[in-house]
Ligand binder design. Structure first.
Ligand SMILES: NC(=O)c1ccc[n+]([C@@H]2O[C@H](COP(=O)([O-])OP(=O)(O)OC[C@H]3O[C@@H](n4cnc5c(N)ncnc54)[C@H](O)[C@@H]3O)[C@@H](O)[C@H]2O)c1
Length: 326
């Protein structure tokens, strides 16, 4: 990992300042980058600065930075894509719609250099599909953050069919400057890694609740107190090794045929999305919320995230290897 980055002299652009966009702006600011943030729609421009300040305050609460003042000075917010001109990397973070994303790519590529790396934070649209809508597609790839982007070490880099590896390797190296433990997918696949794993689990829990096997509370409890007790240290393969493997062939053979392979969206989710539910963000979700209770969960998650961030640091890949040597 020879290449050193002078991030303070490396402007990075973010287009789309919603939930993830504002969180990614905060992550890039506290990593030292000057950030050029574009609000593609008027609604965004109105509350973008307040939204990003809130994210930076969460960074202060979590002990990642002492104060947000010095970082706010490094931030440019505009509706004008021209501000992206000096950027070496631009991250698109607009709604999960192909046509909207491709309109945004046209505006980005009309102002940035041809070797500016353009990344998308899409959750599930294959990179190779989006790549058909961008000039010089070799410099386009998936740069997938998890919420809150400034807190988690997660970052998924996905190459599309036309992506040149030099650009992917550059983002992989730069991601370490962002405090990430990045994964690099050399092959494009819908949902990439994390969402394929998570959605397989979402399918199974909806199956179990719809056929009355377990309650919502018990499904969450089982996941919290089993997977939640090892995930940050082990991951799934390491966990199987830890469990000893001897019965796995028999168990996999008997359970795999019984798992859900439903292809349709569960009724409960269709209903919630149709009625505009946004979970803790509007106190309407898979759980009932008293007015304002969603915000309490958001605050509890910020406190929890502070602890898990430091716990993950103690058990980072490097630290575990060091501990194993000693
Ligand atoms: N929410 C998550 O936890 C999460 C996690 C990882 C990736 N993502 C992905 O990040 C992207 C943004 O998701 P989000 O949760 O921040 O959504 P959001 O709804 O909070 O923000 C979407 C943004 O899209 C922009 N937008 C809306 N209409 C537009 C239009 N007509 N033209 C141009 N821009 C428009 C606005 O800037 C808006 O702020 C999506 O691709 C999503 O799949 C979301």
């Amino acid at each position: 990992m020879s290449e050193k980055f002078n991030v303070t002299a490396m402007p990075v652009g973010v287009v789309g300042l919603g939930l993830m966009g504002s969180s990614i702006v905060a992550a890039l600011l506290i990593s030292g980058h000057p950030v050029k943030a574009v609000a593609p729609v008027a609604a965004d421009a109105e509350n973008a600065r307040e939204r990003i300040s809130n994210q930076l305050h969460k960074c202060v609460t979590a002990g990642l930075i002492h104060s947000s003042d010095e970082f706010e000075g490094n931030l440019t917010i505009s509706r004008d894509y021209e501000v992206l001109k000096p950027c070496q990397v631009v991250i698109e973070c607009v709604i999960e719609k192909r046509d909207i994303k491709s309109q945004v790519y046209k505006k980005i590529t009309s102002v940035v250099d041809r070797d500016c790396i353009i990344g998308t934070n899409t959750s599930a649209i294959p990179i190779s599909e989006l790549q058909n809508h961008i000039d010089f597609p070799e410099r386009f790839l998936g740069i997938h953050f998890a919420e809150p982007a400034f807190m988690t070490r997660f970052l998924e880099i996905t190459c599309g069919k036309l992506t040149e590896e030099t650009f992917a390797n550059r983002i992989f190296k730069l991601a370490h400057e962002w405090g990430k433990e990045p994964t690099l997918l050399k092959k494009d696949i819908r949902g990439f890694i994390t969402n394929r794993l998570m959605y397989a689990m979402y399918r199974e829990i909806f199956y179990l609740i719809e056929n009355g096997t377990a309650t919502r509370e018990d499904l969450d409890k089982a996941f919290r107190y089993d997977a939640g007790s090892w995930m940050t240290l082990m991951g799934i393969f390491r966990r199987m090794d830890y469990m000893g493997l001897k019965d796995f062939d028999a168990i996999l053979k008997s359970i795999f045929p019984k798992l859900s392979n439903a292809a349709s969206v569960p009724d409960i989710m269709q209903t919630l999305v149709q009625e505009g539910a946004r979970g803790i963000h509007n106190d309407n979700g898979l759980y009932p919320y008293d007015p304002g209770e969603g915000r309490q969960w958001d605050e509890a998650f910020t406190r929890f995230n502070k602890d898990i961030h430091h716990l993950a640091a103690n058990y980072s890949e490097e630290n575990v290897k060091e501990q194993l040597k000693s």
